[in-house]
Design a protein around this ligand. Structure first.
Ligand code: SF4
Ligand code: SF4
Length: 166
């Protein structure tokens, strides 16, 4: 059983909150009837720029939840110059992210060395069936349209040039 002073303190908080709600209105947003605009850099959903992906697998290896599934195959591309050797390249066959497992840590976006993954602030993609939270590369590619332009860094946040020791 709670101690009496603690109970009184708790009831006081409830009374204060109730009074504030009655006078100023609720602080919560009544989603989905009301919607807040997410900030530009909000982590809503990950978008894939397929042309930039080299199937290096780094994102899948670093993902702590193991929820990125990638498959690809190698092929020979024509040489860059006449008389040169054909180039070995990777083609992306499958790139899925399972959003029922993803914890939105952003590691995959950070580690991608080829600028193939981006955050979009879009967040309305809940599904009645959990299996539909697996987004394939076509769906991840469609999210690219919702990726905002890169915002300039805030003043003073740019990396300072390193001092070269003499
Ligand atoms: S945001 Fe994190 S958990 Fe989600 S896919 Fe990327 S690395 Fe995995
Ligand atoms: S790290 Fe980037 S380039 Fe490598 S597989 Fe992932 S998305 Fe593709």
């Amino acid at each position: 059983m709670p101690k009496i002073p603690g109970l009184i303190k708790g009831l006081a908080v409830t009374a204060r909150t109730l009074a504030r709600t009655v006078t100023k209105g609720a602080v919560t947003v009544q989603y989905p009837h009301e919607k807040e605009e997410p900030v530009t850099r909000a982590r809503g959903v990950i978008a894939l720029k397929e042309d930039n992906c080299t199937v290096c697998m780094l994102c899948a290896r670093e993902c702590p939840d193991w929820c990125i599934y990638i498959e690809g195959h190698k092929y020979l591309a024509p040489p860059r110059r006449e008389g040169g050797k054909p180039r070995q390249k990777n083609a992306l066959d499958r790139f899925d992210i399972d959003y029922s497992l993803c914890m939105y840590c952003g590691i995959c976006v950070e580690v991608c060395p080829f600028e193939a993954l981006f955050w979009s602030p879009e967040y309305e993609y809940s599904e009645p069936r959990i299996a539909d939270l697996l987004h394939d590369k076509e769906r991840l590619g469609e999210w690219m349209e919702t990726v905002p332009d890169f915002e300039p860094y805030e003043a003073g946040s740019e990396a300072k040039p390193k001092k070269v020791p003499r």
